[in-house]
Design a binder for this molecule. Structure first.
Ligand code: 0X9
Ligand code: ZN
Length: 598
């Protein structure tokens, strides 16, 4: 990214309020609770009093200077995308009548969408058609249909899928998600979270997250890769993080191009940009303090119930290790930081997962998604969710801007839904698989299933970090004795990525179970299986003959001597090995038993 583009992005954040009025209409602020929702697919009529964009076009403008941006910002209150490239291109919606102003200023531009309102009208007309018989992914779906689909997944796979929620929106809608896991709630496995539709108009992100959910649910055993992930991890999906805004983009009297949430700020001014409302870098560049701005950050970090709800859900699930927040559009894969161009201290680890994700995307349909640290790849955006999930929760995190690169923008044809979803599902798979295998452990020396009584045994492993470096003391041997509490010992490095530690000596008749874990920046991997519930079981030899008091392996006069030393005594009944008949006393009965064995 060139410096001038960064500086104009910074300037955008501090630019004065747009001269153009905000294209919003008031919406109901009544408490609408939509948890148990009926199956409804689409509005039956084409809305008539919806915000319209007649005469508007979308243009890709080459921003050559701060002055260029000031001028474009006066003509447009709706930046559709930032684009990186020579000269720093960006897409704006503006009135066709204002193109002359660009011409007169000599600002290079290209009209990318000349018939915006026509396209929205065509979309509305199409969505009004019955679509019950078509596949769910044949067209975009409103909030009611999304919620109904989540409920259907739970009904069809009750042992795999459950509804989770992340609080309620300003207008009282539940922010719903699903947990996909083969294991009971409370099982501690690595977990991943995929989120969408924080920006209301980015309908492709809704379909992408729903597709990932659908794949994981429908193919949970038939797809070997999905089955393997679900064996080792759990998956959370929140397709719509901004339910009020999303509903508004679908509603009669709404606005197809609405981005923010639906907080009433004052008069006819609505909305906080939920992706500027998180605490890491809050208030920074790329966010606005102007209430009418599309990047209005709110009065404080977490001023909005939608971001609070998501924050509290994520913070409560401390097993989360990976997160992708899906947006549209531009075909970008961006990882932290987004609030600064300074590279994250984990850039190597982020890139070790990030570039394979980019390759995975391209492998599906050949689409190239530009990938890199957000601040330098995209431009500065303070207060985003992924800087928070990475920066405060230690998760591998980032933002994917899905299709396309501007030919359609937010009003994407239905033919793009599935190809787009597939390539982004591939990104999610790559993230999960990379993290789950971030430091595979090979057990090179282990005790067998039977060990000698009261003898320590040695475990050796080899573990090679492939995603990020192992943390200090990150390779650990863990065990429990007879189902007791889990004990832990740091394994000692013995060179060549090998580590060694001892399992304790265990008494006759006890059972020891153990596993090894290796902790890297983002995830702990386990052996024998990549989940903490698997243990290798080591049992002791069966206890010897109780008459063999000295443990020599034969019963002889030495044992008889030991017994006679105890004759007539048995002070502690539970620890009186010579009391062979458990009479509470060492006496002639015990001697008789021993003589039978000699
Ligand atoms: O501005 C945004 O919030 C995202 N772009 S969008 O066009 N969907 O609005 C990009 C955020 C980029 N930064 C992060 N990595 N969070
Ligand atoms: Zn977005």
């Amino acid at each position: 990214m060139n410096i001038s583009f960064i500086s104009v992005v910074v300037l955008l954040a501090i630019a004065p309020p747009s001269a153009k009025p905000q294209t919003t209409k008031s919406a109901s602020t009544s408490n609408v609770v939509v948890d148990n929702v009926p199956t409804v697919s689409a509005p039956a009529v084409v809305p008539t009093d919806t915000v319209r964009f007649d005469g508007d076009v979308v243009v890709r403008v080459s921003i050559r200077s701060a002055q260029d941006l000031m001028l474009v910002n006066q003509l447009s209150d709706d930046m559709w995308s930032h684009h990186v490239g020579v000269g720093g291109d960006a897409d704006f919606r503006m009135s066709q009548a204002d193109l002359g102003t660009l011409d007169r200023a000599g600002i290079p531009y290209r009209v990318t969408i000349a018939d915006l309102q026509n396209r929205i009208d065509a979309e509305q007309t199409r969505l009004a058609q019955p679509m019950e018989s078509l596949s769910w992914f044949s067209d975009f779906k409103n909030l009611t249909a999304v919620n109904a689909r989540l409920d259907e997944m739970v009904a069809a796979y009750p042992n795999l899928v459950s509804i989770v929620n992340a609080g309620t929106s300003i207008q009282g809608r539940v922010i719903r998600g699903i947990r996909i896991s083969r294991y009971p709630a409370g099982t501690v496995l690595p977990a991943f979270i995929f989120t969408g539709t924080m920006h209301a108009r980015e309908w492709a992100s809704t379909m992408t997250t729903m597709w990932i959910a659908d794949q994981f649910v429908e193919n949970n055993t038939s797809d070997a890769r999905i089955a393997a992930v679900l064996n080792s991890a759990e998956v959370y999906i929140f397709p719509v993080q901004n339910p009020d805004g999303y509903e508004y983009t679908w509603a009669t009297g709404g606005n197809r191009l609405w981005r923010k949430n639906r907080r009433l700020i004052s008069g006819t001014t609505y909305g906080v940009d939920l992706n500027r409302n998180w605490s890491v870098g809050w208030g920074g560049s790329g966010s606005s303090g102007t209430t009418s701005s599309d990047t209005y950050r709110g009065t404080a970090a977490f001023s909005e119930p939608e971001s609070v709800g998501m924050r509290d859900f994520i913070a409560a699930h401390t097993n989360l290790v990976g997160h992708i927040d899906f947006h549209s559009y531009s075909q970008l894969w961006l990882w932290p930081w987004s609030y600064t161009t300074t590279l994250s201290p984990d850039q190597t680890a982020l890139a070790a997962v990030g570039y394979p994700m980019q390759t995975a995307i391209a492998s599906i349909n050949g689409k190239n998604y530009t990938a890199g640290p957000s601040g330098s790849t995209y431009g500065l955006t303070g207060g985003c969710i992924d800087d928070w999930t990475y920066g405060t929760q230690g998760m591998m995190a980032g933002t994917i801007e899905v299709r396309d690169t501007g030919t359609y923008g937010f009003v994407m044809p239905t033919s793009e839904i599935v190809p787009n979803a597939k390539e982004n599902h591939a990104a999610a798979m790559a993230m999960m698989e990379k993290l789950l295998a971030s430091s595979p452990i090979t057990i090179t020396l282990a005790p067998g299933s039977l060990v000698a009584d009261n003898t320590a045994s040695t475990v050796e492993v080899q573990t090679i970090p492939v995603v990020s470096t192992l943390i200090t003391n990150g390779v650990r041997l863990k065990w429990k004795l007879d189902g007791g509490t889990i004990q832990s010992a740091v394994m000692t490095s013995i060179g060549s990525n090998k580590y060694r530690a001892s399992l304790p000596a265990i008494p006759c008749g006890s059972q020891l179970s153990w596993f090894v874990e290796a902790e890297t920046k983002f995830i702990i991997t386990h052996a024998p299986l990549n989940k903490p519930t698997s243990f290798n079981i080591t049992a002791t030899n069966p206890c010897g003959n109780p008459a063999d008091l000295d443990g020599s392996g034969i019963i002889d006069s030495a044992d008889l001597s030991l017994m006679l030393l105890e004759f007539g005594r048995c002070d502690v009944a539970s620890n009186c090995p010579a009391d062979l008949d458990h009479s509470g006393e060492v006496d002639s009965g015990d001697v008789s038993l021993m003589l039978l064995e000699i």
